[in-house]
Structures are given as structure tokens and as C-alpha cells.
Design a binder for this molecule. Structure first.
Ligand SMILES: Cc1ncc(COP(=O)(O)O)c(C=O)c1O
Length: 336
């Protein structure tokens, strides 16, 4: 299968050691795959995924791209940037997923960049209804079509081919190659599991290449039983896209939701500790919504599997969101 693809990301991203963080937690050795450094508009995992969505959009002759996400969505920001780079119009729909937010959340970070990239911003009052959010995008797309445009919708809900996961099948190939050429010990991989395309694509890519490396998805949006259905759905979607079957067995999908509380987009003690440790021991930025929670999961896992083992933490980006959470981050840094 060759899916249409455009080049948007700086690849390969490096794998680096985290010696001071590893020493601090006193368990397994920690490595980080720097997908926060994919280049496009401050980087992040979505650059790899968008290579396939924009490839498909261009193959269909689209001139406009539509996407929905949280107010501080990294996906939305990177889509706006990619559309600008490729000379396309971009409509973004920002959903109210987080309660009690302030001015920074509404105006800084990713929102500021959406505006800078010239995206047309629409607001959506509901944050937990993927189907309704997609339906609204489809309505906009119909209006644009009637006005003579050729829109392409990047849907959030299930029931659409998981083209973004193809980017992470490629990342799996990249990791296995780096493991081989750099002689890296990797015993398991930890990744944030949100829409699930990164998690599913990585797992599928590893298994397609005969690797049985465990992949642990840290839930950042939904509890593990709901997320499991999502990953299963993406795996079926990848079966269809790649004309394969039985690549991933049911037990291969491992999810942990211990770091999700109290809810999507709201920090907890574990994620705050992970954010401070990453910054102060390694000069590494993780964001409050996704990567502080997935890193908290990686730190916990490293203490569980213990010395002599090695955990690869897939850093999926999110840097601009830090500025959307400025008051919280200022308080955290000042009080520690
Ligand atoms: C920084 C960051 N990390 C992780 C994720 C989760 O990736 P996925 O949606 O592919 O599960 C996202 C999703 O938006 C993200 O922005």
C-alpha cells in the first residue's frame, strides 16, 4: 500500500538518554524519542500524522482543510501551520473541553498560533461529543462546497480511515532502525493515548515488522475501557488500509488510566511532578495536557520494571500549550 504523503516533519527525530531523570527515579534506564522536535510549527506527533492527511487532501484536489479539537489543541495548531505552508485555507473548530479556564487558555499558546497561521476560528460549545463536532465540520464543508471550494475534513470521531496512524507505522520503522544502528536497549515504549492514532500506529508498525516490543498507552482523554475500543477500531482500520489481518493480538493493546485524573486537560500531582523533574533535571519541556501525564506514566513504569531494563518514552510534543496554562505553570514553578 502506498498512501499519498507530503513531507512536513523533520525526520528522523533523535532518541536521547535521560541520565539525570533515570538516576533520580532509581529504576529502569529512561530514553526519550524526541517527536516534540518534528519541526513543523514547534513540533509534535501530529506532524507525522498530517503528512498522510494532507497527502490525501492534495490527492483529492482540496483547497481548504477543516479540523476540530480542544481550544488548546496541538493538532489544530499544526494543521493550521501545514495548511499555510501548502497554500490552503484552514478552518478550525475549538471545542470547550476544559472547565474554568482563564485568558491564557483562551488566547495564548496554541490559540495564538492558530491566529498567526491565519486559520479561521469557529467555536463549539461541547467538548465531549466527537460525532457532533464532526457533523458541524461536515456542515461547514457543505457550505464551502456550495460556494465553489473543495474542502477536506480531518474527522475526529471513529468510522474514518486512520490515516494519521500510518505516520506512526513509519515511526515504528524509524525506532527499530535506531535501536539497531545505535545499539539501544529498549524493553518497552510508553506513549500518550488520546485520539489513539499514535498508539495504534506505533503498535501496528512494530508488529508488522515482527517486533514484539510492548507499547503502553497512557490515557490522556478517556478511561482505559473506552480507549481500548478506540485503539481496536484503529487497528481494524489499519488492517483495511494495509490489507492485513491479525497483526495485533487483543492482549497487545495495553492501556493505563492512572494518570488521567481529575480529567482531560487538568493537571494532577503526578503530572506536575513529572513536569518539574523533566524541566529541572533534563531541561526538557512537557505540557500539562498530554506529555506531563504520559511522562508520569513512564516514570512510574520505570520504577516498576526496575534496574537493568530500559524504557523508551515517546515525547509527543505539546510545547505551546504550556503558555495556555501560564498561571498554573507559574504557580507550580514558584512553589517548588
Ligand atoms: C502533545 C500531544 N501528545 C499526544 C497526543 C495524543 O496523540 P493521539 O491523538 O495520536 O493519541 C496529542 C493529541 O492531540 C498531543 O497533542
Amino acid at each position: 500500500m502506498t498512501a499519498p504523503r507530503v513531507s512536513l516533519a523533520h525526520l528522523p527525530t533523535p532518541i536521547e538518554a535521560l541520565p539525570r531523570l533515570s538516576e533520580d527515579i532509581g529504576g529502569a534506564n529512561l530514553l526519550v524519542k524526541r517527536d516534540d522536535c518534528t519541526g513543523l510549527a514547534m513540533g509534535g506527533n501530529k506532524a507525522r500524522q498530517l503528512e498522510f492527511y494532507f497527502g490525501d487532501a492534495l490527492a483529492q484536489g482540496a483547497d481548504t482543510v477543516l479540523i476540530t479539537g480542544a481550544v488548546q489543541s496541538n493538532y489544530v495548531r499544526m494543521t493550521a501551520a501545514a495548511a499555510a505552508k501548502l497554500g490552503m485555507t484552514c478552518h478550525v473548530q475549538l471545542e470547550e473541553r476544559v472547565d474554568d479556564v482563564g485568558v491564557a487558555y483562551r488566547e495564548s499558546g496554541n490559540v495564538l498560533l492558530d491566529q498567526l497561521f491565519g486559520a479561521q476560528i469557529h467555536r463549539f460549545p461541547v467538548g465531549e461529543d466527537d460525532v457532533a463536532a464532526d457533523a458541524q465540520l461536515d456542515r461547514f464543508a457543505n457550505e464551502l462546497r456550495a460556494a465553489g471550494r473543495n474542502p477536506y475534513v480531518i474527522h475526529l470521531g471513529l468510522g474514518h480511515p486512520p490515516l494519521g496512524a500510518l505516520g506512526y507505522m513509519e515511526a515504528a520503522r524509524e525506532i527499530l532502525e535506531q535501536q539497531h544502528t545505535e545499539q539501544l536497549q529498549i524493553d518497552e515504549i510508553i506513549v500518550a493515548s488520546g485520539s489513539g492514532q499514535t498508539h495504534a500506529g506505533l503498535l501496528y508498525g512494530l508488529r508488522t515488522r515482527g517486533s514484539d516490543l510492548p507499547v503502553i498507552g497512557i490515557c490522556v482523554r478517556r478511561d482505559q475501557s473506552t480507549q481500548l475500543l478506540r485503539i481496536q477500531d484503529h487497528v481494524s482500520g489499519l488492517d483495511a488500509l494495509t490489507s492485513q489481518a491479525d497483526v495485533v493480538c487483543p492482549d497487545d493493546i495495553v492501556l493505563v488510566d492512572d494518570f488521567l485524573w481529575p480529567s482531560y486537560g487538568v493537571s494532577n500531582g503526578h503530572s506536575e511532578t513529572a513536569m518539574l523533574k523533566a524541566a529541572r533535571l533534563e531541561g526538557l519541556i512537557v505540557d500539562p495536557v498530554y506529555t506531563a501525564k504520559s511522562l508520569a506514566g513512564a516514570l512510574h513504569r520505570a520504577t516498576q520494571i526496575g534496574a537493568g531494563k530500559s524504557v523508551l518514552y515517546l515525547h509527543t510534543g505539546g510545547t505551546p500549550a504550556l503558555f495556555g496554562y501560564q498561571p498554573e505553570v507559574t504557580a507550580l514553578a514558584a512553589n517548588n
